[in-house]
Design a protein around this ligand. Structure first.
Ligand SMILES: *Cc1c(COP(=O)(O)O)cnc(C)c1O
Length: 423
């Protein structure tokens, strides 16, 4: 069985008593040490590091990470509003979005930065703010990701402006008298320093075509090992190689480029655990399976159902007696056959049992590596389960409630009953 990362078994038991489950717990020390690792990213001519807030947008987490020195990457106008509400200075927020914000004008007036991700977006921005500076997101034609669903570069990804359309970008910029001072690529380069260097050289060759660019963002996508057999990105090793590429570019083109990176996963993935309680243990006979049923599932953590993502699972028993081990499939509480926590690696359709001490109703099952794209990306309110609460474990070990459990009334508060029922 896997092991707990930042909580002790006794902490888990007392949190279950004090706050109830399901519940996300985040660790301040881990959040801050990951932030420090990103802020120490080697660079030749300056660095801005952003937190891709879509990975975990809870206010207290944004506060913790921005207090450490990180800026914000927002994936929509609403995310930018959410960060502003938390107190992040507008000039520290950059929007890189699939959908042009409805209130783009207000956000830009407030001082938020904008990264145009399509010709249409660039045109719309130019019409509103002619004669200003802008950044553009380019798809350099290279992609990397753990599955087709997470691939964000290359010909099968819609993100950014396809690199062959740069002449059109330049023409639109000229029409609106825009200066393109920033270039951005986010292809999710993973843990291999070689892939990062390849992305950096490709991106720099594109920057060469934009004479006014002073900042190059290489996006996020620094891989984090959740499972034992996985490898985390070594940001020092990656940064050291990229630094050389920036120096070579400066020597050749006389431009000392400012570097930006904007990880999400790397900052928060292993800073979060989802604690759930075992509600039932059932089986389907001698040729079938044993099942553990949780009081959480795709309403809190969608990644296993969506991409067959693997998370460490730790059973914390109520008593400390030793129990015989058994193989179980772990399933969530939704009436949905896809709500499983033990998909087969690389195959969301398949199932692969895992070994646990004998499970009993009332035990805790801790789902580790649940900081990134879990709480912020749920199948929220499916089966009318309320959004769960969140707690931050401070450096002193004190647990602070940072998001309340949703009340049932909040689930249906915006619904309007018909006054007349037709039969
Ligand atoms: C999601 C996203 C990121 C963060 O990606 P991770 O894989 O979580 O590091 C960074 N930049 C942009 C534009 C994104 O959309």
């Amino acid at each position: 069985m896997d092991s707990l990362s930042f909580l002790t078994e006794n902490e888990v038991r007392s949190i279950q008593q004090q706050f109830g489950t399901p519940l996300f717990v985040y660790d301040q020390a881990t959040l801050e040490s990951q932030a420090d690792a990103v802020l120490a990213f080697p660079n030749a001519y300056g660095l801005t590091a952003r937190f891709a807030m879509k990975a975990l947008p809870t206010a207290a987490v944004i506060q913790t990470l921005t207090a450490r020195g990180l800026h914000i990457d927002a994936s929509s106008g609403y995310e930018a509003q959410r960060a502003l509400r938390v107190g992040v200075p507008a000039s520290h927020i950059q929007i890189t979005a699939q959908e042009i914000p409805v209130n783009l004008k207000e956000l830009i007036h407030a001082g938020v930065l904008y990264n145009a991700c399509s010709i249409n977006q660039l045109n719309a921005y130019g019409a509103l703010f002619p004669g200003t500076e802008i950044s553009v997101r380019i798809n350099p034609g290279l992609g990397s990701g753990h599955s087709n669903r997470t691939n964000v570069g290359g010909p099968s990804a819609s993100f950014g402006i396809w690199h062959e359309h740069i002449p059109e970008v330049l023409a639109v910029a000229e029409r609106h008298n825009l200066r393109i001072t920033g270039m951005h690529t986010h292809i999710g380069s993973g843990s291999d320093p070689g892939a990062w260097v390849q992305c950096a050289t490709l991106s720099l060759s594109i920057v060469a075509q934009f004479p006014d660019v002073t900042t190059l963002s290489l996006g996020g996508g620094f891989k984090v090992a959740r499972m034992d057999h996985e490898v985390s990105a070594d940001v020092q090793a990656i940064g050291t190689k990229i630094k050389e590429e920036f120096k070579a570019f400066a020597a050749e083109h006389g431009r000392e480029l400012h570097l930006e990176v904007e990880p999400g996963t790397f900052l928060v993935a292993n800073a979060g655990v989802l604690l759930s309680t075992i509600m039932d243990v059932v089986d389907t006979g001698a040729d079938g399976y044993n099942f553990i049923k949780l009081n959480a599932g795709m309403t809190e953590i969608l990644r296993p159902s969506m991409y067959g993502a693997q998370h460490p699972l730790v059973l914390v028993s109520q008593d400390e007696e030793t129990r015989q081990e058994k193989d179980y499939l772990v399933v969530g509480h939704c009436c949905e056959s896809g709500d499983v926590l033990t998909p087969e690696p690389g195959n969301p359709e398949g199932l692969l049992p895992r070994n646990f001490p004998e499970a009993k109703v009332g035990d805790v099952l801790a789902i580790e590596g649940a900081g990134a794209y879990c709480s912020g990306m749920p199948a929220k309110n499916y089966n009318a389960f309320p959004e769960c609460a969140e707690v931050l474990r401070g450096r002193d070990g004190v647990m602070t409630l940072i998001r309340k459990r949703q009340t049932p009334e909040q689930i249906w508060q915006n619904e309007i009953l018909l006054l007349v029922l037709f039969t």
